[in-house]
Design a protein around this ligand. Structure first.
Ligand code: HPA
Length: 249
């Protein structure tokens, strides 16, 4: 049976519309996850919700215990993960408030605990990461976007940066040359850790600002807040449609 988790990001520390049944504190050998696991129902579907930055949004991207988060979900039996993320738009079609379902990743992070392997005497396996996101979760998210009738882009390259500072204009130009279409700070190592644990993982990104050097007036944080607020409803509708389409089928 599929057990679905939603990892909520900036602007989605609480999941509007989620009926909470119970909160579960989990401790893994990597420590505690960012927040208790919230078991509940979203549009009548059982889901487990995890607030990536903590319940009060206090954990910056580089301090998130990604291993504990993914291991906690794995230990309670999660098979499918929908990762929600706020991102900057690099490509022209990744405008503010669009939803993007990326199909590729470039990892620019550094120094993060990025694998479950490496313990003494551990036998390790390489993972195939050619396609970093689950094809089936992506397909369901795309169907969800269509059904929800929200403006969206059906593919994209997520450039994962270290944060918590935003990028320089030159860094964004370099990322654009590399092929990145969106930029965020939490996409890695979340995606590869999910793969190491054999979980199907897809990302639903909402564009909340033009990336550095791409907008007309620089990055305006009150504008970012406004875009987040105005996108939450769209993300919620996409999730409702995605879940009613049956993520695991
Ligand atoms: N850069 C990195 N991460 C982000 C951005 C950005 O412009 N916007 C939202 N998350």
């Amino acid at each position: 049976m599929a057990i679905i988790a939603i990892i909520g990001g900036t602007g989605l520390t609480n999941m509007p519309g989620l009926t909470i049944e119970r909160r579960q504190m989990v401790k893994t050998i990597y420590g505690a996850p960012s927040s208790p696991l919230i078991h509940g129902q979203l549009n009548g579907k059982e889901v487990i919700f995890l607030a990536r930055h903590g319940r009060r949004h206090t954990i910056p991207p580089h301090m998130i215990n990604y291993r504990a988060n993914l291991m906690a979900l794995h230990e309670v039996g999660v098979t499918h993960v929908i990762a929600l993320a706020s991102v900057g738009g690099i490509a022209d079609d990744c405008e503010d408030k669009k939803i993007v379902i990326p199909d590729q990743i470039i990892d620019y992070t550094n120094g993060r605990a990025h694998t479950f392997h490496g313990a003494k005497d551990d036998t390790f396996e390489h993972i195939d990461f050619t396609e970093p996101y689950s094809a089936s979760v992506r397909e369901k998210l795309i169907e969800g976007c269509k059904a929800a009738k929200v403006p969206f882009v059906a593919d994209g390259v997520y450039g994962a940066t270290q944060g918590p500072r935003l990028e320089t204009a030159a860094e964004i130009r370099r990322m654009e040359n590399d092929g990145c279409t969106i930029v965020g700070m939490t996409g890695m190592p979340e995606a590869s850790l999910a793969r190491e644990l054999g979980m199907e993982y897809g990302c639903c990104a909402m564009v909340v600002n033009r990336a550095a050097g791409k907008g007309v007036n620089g990055i305006n944080f009150s504008e970012v807040e406004k875009n987040i607020g105005e996108s939450v409803g769209n993300v919620q509708r996409v999730l409702a449609e995605t879940l009613s389409g049956g993520v695991a089928h």
